[in-house]
Design a protein around this ligand. Structure first.
Ligand SMILES: Nc1ncnc2c1ncn2[C@@H]1O[C@H](COP(=O)(O)OP(=O)(O)O)[C@@H](O)[C@H]1O
Ligand code: SF4
Ligand SMILES: [Mg+2]
Length: 332
């Protein structure tokens, strides 16, 4: 990457205290319990790039998203956007200014829209909050423009969220996110709740908007086919860690990490080559007491001695980074 990245996550970590209440712990002689949801996650996203995080449910994707947009404080590491440290108290003023430039789109477009507000008020809210327009007519004009931009009618602004379909509601969420003229959008499973045909329309809309407004995306999904359509680079997460990062086409052409291979094997065969589709095998272990060494070893067909003892570090191979003892030992 030549230019300085817009977004940088460095050793980002988040531990949750999931202990029982104090009294129960004393009575049951139970210890405190901690869940390491995200561990030492690092990545950089260039301006106008789409970087994706993919992994099964519970791998820590949403926790990363929340730390990156400033909704959840990390317990370790740092996030910086345009060289402003998102969580350093020294940057409080700068951070306030950053809020306009970052927006998030969530999985459930209904839960994230206030059901009692008309759509035009929902979209106008950030415009007013950030002081981007104050005059009523100007705000109304801008709301109409945003609705048109996402493929809705300005007259739709008078309606309430429940009057729209799931796909239309996600369009409303996108219009609201764009209303503050952001540069960086974090999209957490934005189409996972939608029908397949509607999914494609929303993904294409997001790509068009990216080109038009030079947006930078952190795109999160458990679905590799979706991620392939959207991202230039992909980070694969397993139990709170990134196990492989690679440019999209390289990842699909020659996946290295055994977990990435397992995920790819489970993708439906779009080219109809007759290749048998394998299901993802085994279950994600309990993150409160993860397996020692490489957390993937109980499911890994290539596991050998060091895997149960030592956590494999992410090692760079050209543009790709992989965390696997078998790869380093040339066993793949
Ligand atoms: N507020 C929380 N308190 C305790 N545990 C949490 C909290 N949020 C997430 N977790 C746990 O952290 C892990 C990662 O969750 P999440 O980031 O939502 O994963 P994903 O988005 O990949 O499904 C899961 O084991 C989840 O149960
Ligand atoms: S480090 Fe070992 S257990 Fe982990 S993915 Fe590589 S071979 Fe499998
Ligand atoms: Mg999630």
């Amino acid at each position: 990457m030549s230019a300085a990245p817009l977004v940088e996550a460095e050793n980002l970590s988040r531990i949750f205290d999931v202990s029982k209440p104090w009294l129960n712990r004393v009575i049951e002689r139970d210890e405190k319990r901690f869940l390491k949801a995200v561990q030492n996650v690092s990545f950089a996203i260039a301006r106008k790039e789409t970087f994706a995080l993919v992994g099964e449910s519970g791998s820590g994707k949403s926790t990363v998203a929340k730390m990156v947009v400033g909704l959840l404080p990390p317990t370790g590491g740092a996030v910086s956007i345009d060289n402003v440290d998102m969580w350093s108290t020294a940057d409080t003023n700068e951070r306030q200014k950053l809020r306009r430039r970052i927006q998030m789109i969530f999985q459930d477009p209904y839960a994230s829209l206030n059901p009692q507000w008309r759509v035009k008020h929902i979209i106008a809210d950030p415009i007013k909050a950030f002081g981007l327009a104050t005059d009523g007519a100007e705000v109304e004009h801008r709301v109409g423009e945003l609705l048109r931009l996402v493929g809705l009618d300005p007259a739709d602004g008078h309606k309430y969220p429940h009057e729209f379909s799931g796909g239309q509601r996600q369009r409303i969420c996108i219009a609201r996110a764009l209303s503050s003229n952001p540069e960086f959008l974090v999209c957490d499973e934005p189409t996972s709740a939608l029908d397949v045909s509607v999914q494609a329309q929303i993904l294409n809309l997001m790509r068009d908007l990216q080109d038009r407004f030079d947006l930078t995306y952190l795109f999160i999904s458990h679905n590799l086919a979706v991620v392939r359509h959207m991202a230039a680079r992909i980070g694969v997460m397993y139990l709170g860690r990134i196990v492989e990062i690679a440019p999209t086409e390289e990842l699909f052409r020659a996946p290295q990490h055994p977990y990435t291979r397992m995920l790819l094997d489970a993708v439906p065969d779009l080219a109809m080559t007759g290749r048998a589709r394998k299901m993802v095998e085994g279950e994600i272990p309990n993150p409160i007491s993860p397996p020692p060494g490489c957390a993937f070893h109980p499911r890994c067909p290539l596991a050998f001695e060091p895997c149960t003892v030592k956590i494999p570090p992410l090692v760079a191979h050209g543009e790709r980074e992989v965390a696997c003892h078998a790869v380093e030992a040339g066993r793949i």
